[in-house]
Design a protein around this ligand. Sequence first.
Ligand code: FAD
Length: 458
Amino acid sequence: MSKPAIDQLRERIRAAVITAGDPGYDEARAVHNGMFDKHPSALILAEQVADVIAGVNFARDAGLELAVRGGGHSVPGFSTTDGGVVIDLARMRGVHVDPAARTARVWGGATWGDFNYAAHAYGLATTGGIISTTGVAGLTLGGGIGYLARSYGLSIDNLRSADVVTADGRALVASEKENTDLFWALRGGGGNFGVVTSFEFELHPVADIYAGIFLYELDYAADLLRFFRDFIQGAPEAYGAFPAFQVAPPLEFIPANRVGDTFCAAIVCWSGGVDQGARAMEPFRDVAPVTAELAAPMPYPALNAAFDALYPKGMRNYWKGSFVTALPDAAIAEHVTHGAAVPDVSATMHLYPINGACHRVGPDETAFAYRDATFAQVIVAAWNDKALDADRIGWVRGYHQALAPYLEAGGYVNFMSHDDDARVTDNYRGHYRRLAEIKRSYDPGNLFRLNQNIRPAG
Ligand code: FAD
């Protein structure tokens, strides 16, 4: 980008504009996934909607690639660009809670940590991700899976309205009453339709929860997975839980001589009242002998931040995600084989239940395309040393391929990696055509294309 163009951008916009050579450029361009070391021509550190409008108009008119950044957690590195413009909303992270209406207005750059801190002060929460540093925006626009999903649905099921800056620079409201097609598309269609500058969510009375982390020897992995498959379909919805494979990190509740060993695990959140929490943990103690556990009442935001240290910014990340409708014993056998080879503490497999309140929303009510799934599976590797790329990526791919006969063609859009472009139509499944029509209405030039991209119809 030429100096006159940058000068013109700075004249038009009040927010800070950072370019190569400016102090803070390297920090500003860094995203969560350390595999993406890109060099944008300019980063706009938006502080208000007017900055976003100016940034969208500038990128469009200049024909520059536009990346939109909420929390920066995109595994495929969608929130950065080489040579283009980034609109970074990290300075727009306010949360306003209306306790009487039980709603929250959340700015587009807030993280789940910001959200939960604000809502918890009123004893309220809504479904968000399991790590506090993930952005509300990207996570919600793809669907939003987390501990509270069985009780309250996906994050999108709690979305009441969104303020959106579209490709033509208009600021629109999308809700059940206004721009209803856009509102439908935002709930599962990812960042394809504009920059969401704020979200309005419904909140629920969730304050302290009872959390359990149980580690079992690998010999019991098949028992755990079979138990979980059957139990979680009909369990009270106050359970938000998932099984995992996990190398034991150096934490106090893990015997020092077992740190670094591989276990199968259950992570449990009981939001049905802390007084019943200890009892709610019992099925997870009965399924197999527990080698190590941490089970205690805690504030919901504490559970939301409990695993943050395993996934710091800058690690290299490669993931594979797919939806599961049935989990036969043969699939469990593959999990046992490949899960046992999980390479280190920042690698795992999670099987998130999709049932309860998630299944009470009709298949076509939102753009989220897999209401009939029973689990969202994700295999995650995060590591620091580039020399380990082939090894870590190989483990994820090998695991995923072994499970492929038991997986749906599509996966959760937010669990995709950079080599998953060919899966986009499977991920949106029967909703792709309608999404493409809506894309044509709101972004005919495909300005917002750094995402699980929906091509404008026609
Ligand atoms: P960004 O990289 O900022 O953006 C991701 C995508 O959304 C990009 O295409 C971007 O352009 C778009 N976008 C961002 N902000 C906006 C905006 N304001 N308006 C329009 N488009 C925007 N997912 C779950 O459902 N549940 C989990 O528990 C969960 N845990 C995770 C834990 C970690 C450590 C990581 C790395 C990811 C996790 N995810 C989870 C996946 C997560 O949902 C996606 O990575 C999501 O895209 C992150 O959103 P973000 O705003 O942080 O990312």
